[in-house]
Ligand binder design. Structure first.
Ligand SMILES: Nc1ncnc2c1ncn2[C@@H]1O[C@H](COP(=O)(O)OP(=O)(O)OP(=O)(O)O)[C@@H](O)[C@H]1O
Length: 255
């Protein structure tokens, strides 16, 4: 795929290589760009380096070789506050993200810490909860909500920061079919760049026109999701398996 020009790129990763302190090399020169507004799936077998890559996007991990830029801004120590606002990561377990007595306070926490106050803050909270269809739960304690509702609130906590890019780690995990579909509808409706890490290949196909396959710390493929998932040799080579009987050619992707 053609590199995306800096002006329109939400994310540019170039030559990113990283070894953990114990010497284990997890990334070997990763290169890709994501244009503003794209939805991209990051696929790959266990241990491929997906989490290691994601933790570089907002500087939780650093110290390797190469560079990461978010909306043109280098991810480095001096830009860290701005980068943390621009890169919204939704972790797999919503309970890692929800810790306040009410939904409202959880969603307000990030923007309030960034200095937003009063009616501006209330508007942010209402907008973010509206985006995930959770406004009516504003005064509820998050721990009384269903898992699917907690995941939607976790997405709202990140949307309230108005991020440049929304990064989701296994967004469909532990969701029943109705919650899974509702979350897909929500993610499709957002006007934000999305990078979704997932082992759920049908979900990637449903939501992301483009996928990256990360395997053994390198980008093994980058292209239209349907084409990658239909390439049996590629799938086998990188230990990716579709559910039994699932035909990627039969899915019409939502734009
Ligand atoms: N703190 C660490 N120290 C040393 N090696 C690590 C550390 N964390 C991860 N690794 C190793 O780095 C490699 C990449 O791991 P990573 O968690 O990024 O893979 P992943 O693609 O996210 O896997 P999964 O799909 O299982 O979540 C693996 O070999 C893993 O064992």
């Amino acid at each position: 795929m053609d590199p995306v020009s800096t002006a329109s790129a939400s994310l540019e990763v170039s030559g990113l290589a990283f070894a953990y302190p114990d010497g284990h090399q997890a990334l070997f020169g990763v290169d890709f760009s994501i244009a503003r507004g794209e939805r991209v799936a990051l696929l790959g077998p266990n241990g491929a380096g997906k989490t290691t890559l994601v933790l570089h996007l907002n500087g939780i991990l650093s110290g390797g070789v190469g560079s990461v830029r978010v909306a043109g801004l280098p991810v480095d120590r001096k830009n860290m506050a701005e980068i943390r606002r621009k890169v919204g990561i939704v972790f797999q377990d919503p309970d890692d993200q929800l810790f306040m007595p009410t939904v409202r306070e959880d969603v307000a926490f990030g923007p309030a810490a960034a200095g937003i106050k009063g009616t501006d803050l209330e508007e942010r909270v209402d907008r973010a909860l509206g985006q995930v269809g959770m406004q009516e739960f504003k005064d509820r304690p998050p721990h009384h909500l269903s898992f699917g509702q907690r995941r939607r609130v976790a997405v709202a906590t990140v949307l309230a920061m108005e991020p440049e890019i929304l990064v989701l780690d296994e967004p469909s995990s532990n969701l029943d079919p109705a919650s899974r579909r509702e979350l897909a509808d929500i993610l499709r409706s957002l006007d934000v760049t999305v990078l979704m890490v997932t082992h759920d290949l049908p979900y990637a196909l449903e939501l992301c026109p483009r996928s990256l396959i990360l395997s053994e710390g390198t980008i093994a493929a980058d292209g239209p999701t349907g084409e990658l998932l239909s390439d049996d040799g590629l799938m086998r080579a990188h230990r990716l398996e579709l559910p039994f009987g699932f035909d990627p050619r039969s899915v019409t992707m939502g734009a």
